[in-house]
Ligand binder design. Structure first.
Ligand code: FAD
Length: 386
């Protein structure tokens, strides 16, 4: 197992780094204070085509590999920014590319690639289902040429910053199903047409993120916006999980490297008891340990991405990459806080901000317990634990 040659990725890395350099720590810190969305950054990244990396060239996108796309998100986080604000377009792309009709692709992808439409929202989670997605209760009932949607979603991010949303809703009642993974369908919802049929209530969370509770009250979605076959939506979403996990792993690696770089630099220049604090093993070794864990996670991430790009199965590797990289970034975050002593708590150092941001990657888009359950059951052959 080896990382791809840095030469192969350096063009993407360097170009994204140049954009990120214009949006320094002060930019992200200011947004964090105001709870504001990084509009200028997302606009520039969109105009330069970086957020359309996974859209094939025939639809006006970058036609890049998942490995390259993951480097884009990694570099945003490594620069001190927050890829989470704009990453969903990449996650969702897998569902559209594999399962949307040619007509749907032609209708949406060129405009998304050109930056005329934003597809940044993905509505799966519900209050009573949590991680058990097959238990979701939001219904989509077919009435002639439309589906009528009723129900509630929670923690649905970037709805107010998006034109389109992919929605998972129930089209067959749970009790009528023999196979509980059927009966859910995926739709493209045009948020610009939703009006009062969709109520969006922001949820304040511990970092600068725009997530919401959604209430659907007879929201009408044209039947032509159904993705693929009715009842197969959960399968389509599972198909997209590997890409999502690899991209999240890359964001976590970017965070971890930011923390390690900041910790190392502070450990070298902060002098207490007459010498740099980094001369103490109690300070130096945890940073070195976090670095080693990050590099190991990074190798698994590249291995998973390469398998994905070759069209091979990569469930085990994608899950392990997400697990190891989110743990490595959380370890690095704590080490960076410890290294900074009291200053880690001062907002001007950005450590506490990045600390709050990176913690999410353990929990969402899938929590690490469910990743372990996947490995235990599907890779190691132990009994299903959930
Ligand atoms: C900031 C933020 C943004 C989000 N954005 C989106 C979004 O855009 N779209 C979307 O659809 N969702 C989104 N989510 C939701 C996220 O995917 C869920 O929070 C996550 O999947 C976990 O679901 P839950 O919170 O209901 O936890 P629960 O399922 O209630 O789990 C709670 C705890 O119990 C543990 N647990 C539960 N069952 C088991 C089991 N069988 N074995 C072991 N442990 C178990 C879990 O690991 C977890 O620690 C977001 C969440 C957050 C916090």
């Amino acid at each position: 197992m080896s990382a791809p040659s840095e030469q192969d990725l350096s063009a993407v890395r360097t170009a994204v780094r140049e954009v990120c350099a214009k949006y320094g720590s002060e930019y992200w810190r200011g947004l964090d204070k105001e709870g504001a969305y990084p509009d200028a950054f997302v606009r520039e990244m969109t105009e330069l085509g970086w957020l359309a990396a996974l859209i094939p060239q025939e639809y006006g996108g970058g036609g890049m590999s998942l490995t390259e796309a993951s480097v884009i998100l990694e570099e945003i986080n490594r620069s001190g920014g927050l890829a989470l604000a704009a990453h969903a377009q990449m996650y969702i792309m897998g569902i559209l590319l594999r399962h949307a009709s040619e007509e749907q692709k032609r209708r949406y992808l060129p405009d998304i690639a050109a930056g005329k439409l934003r597809l940044q929202a993905f509505a799966v989670t519900e209050p009573d289902a949590g991680s058990e997605t097959t238990r979701i209760q939001t219904t989509a009932v077919r009435k002639g040429d439309r589906y009528v949607v009723n129900g509630q979603k929670v923690f649905i991010s970037r709805v107010k910053q998006s034109d389109l949303m992919v929605l998972l809703a129930r089209t067959t009642p749970y009790d009528e199903l023999d196979d509980k993974t059927r009966g859910l369908s995926a739709f493209i919802v045009d948020l610009r047409d939703a009006g009062e049929r969709l109520r969006v209530e922001p949820i304040e969370v511990m970092f600068n993120h725009h997530t919401n509770t959604l209430f659907f009250d007879d929201l009408e979605v044209p039947a032509e916006n159904l993705i693929g076959e009715e009842g197969m939506g959960f399968r389509y979403i599972i198909d997209s999980w590997n890409a999502e996990r690899i991209l999240i792993a890359a964001e976590a690696v970017g965070d971890a490297d930011w923390f390690i770089e900041r910790a190392t630099s502070y450990a070298n220049q902060r002098v207490v008891f007459g010498r740099p604090i980094g001369a103490n093993q109690g300070v130096q070794f945890p940073i070195a340990q976090a670095y080693a864990h990050t590099r190991a996670a990074d190798l698994v991430r590249y291995d998973a991405a390469a398998r994905y790009d070759r069209g091979e199965s990569c469930g085990a590797e994608a899950n392990m990459a997400k697990l190891l990289a989110s743990e490595a970034s959380w370890e690095a975050a704590n080490v960076c806080m410890n290294t900074h002593g009291g200053y880690g708590f001062a907002t001007e150092y950005d450590v506490e901000r990045k600390f709050r941001e990176t913690r999410l990657l353990i929990t969402a888009p899938v929590n690490n317990n469910l990743v372990l359950a996947y490995l235990g059951q599907h890779v190691l052959g132990m009994p299903r634990s959930y």
